[in-house]
Design a protein around this ligand. Sequence first.
Ligand SMILES: *Cc1c(COP(=O)(O)O)cnc(C)c1O
Length: 236
Amino acid sequence: MDKRYEIINENYKRILFDIEDTCIKIGRNPKDITFLAATKTVKPEYINHAISLGVKAIGENRVQELCEKYNNINTNNCDVQFIGNLQTNKIKSLVGKVSTIQSICTISQIEELSKRLKRENAKIKVLIEVNIGSEYSKGGVNPNHLWEFIHEASEYKEIQIDGIMAIPPICENKIDVNEHFSQMHKYFIDIKTKKKDNVFMNTLSMGMSDDYKEAVACGSTMVRIGSGLFGDRIYS
Ligand SMILES: *Cc1c(COP(=O)(O)O)cnc(C)c1O
């Protein structure tokens, strides 16, 4: 038997345990955390195995890869989301396939998405990606302009702003990463408190294989885990 299935079984159990354990320690309900499997480079048979174990959401990074794999993924009980950098001209391919785009950070993406959704009479939720470390090399809205951006984005009624997401900078130690996560949680609460039309703040997407426990402790409602579940990525 393919050993990778067993590895996925064990990893899945361990991650669920860790999430529950962290929640219990800080008095959160584990049901409030969505475990999204980040599936870039992962073959459909392994993705389907993870779904059969109970994974309820998956996230792909590249439009082309998503389209190639889409028909072979068992999406009946699983929510498909987009989590990667997104070129405006690829947005049309996502309509009808994904429930949520997690990585929106420009108004031109929102304009294009709105146009497509109107044409197809479809709905897609979006998360606004925040460049929490203000890194030059990374996408995401600069934290200083986050509210201004959300204010402008909320004018597009075809989309629903469901939350925010971040990929913090690589940190030498856990204290620094916790600071980024706590800052994200603060933005999340601040925006939610403003109760703006069309802005919901149901989802705070942060935490990956190396730091999901810290993220949950800081208030994350969705962790995105790839290698920690499927094993090291094999780029072909
Ligand atoms: C790849 C990826 C992940 C998962 O990363 P791992 O370190 O493998 O858990 C999460 N979020 C995004 C946006 C990714 O691209």
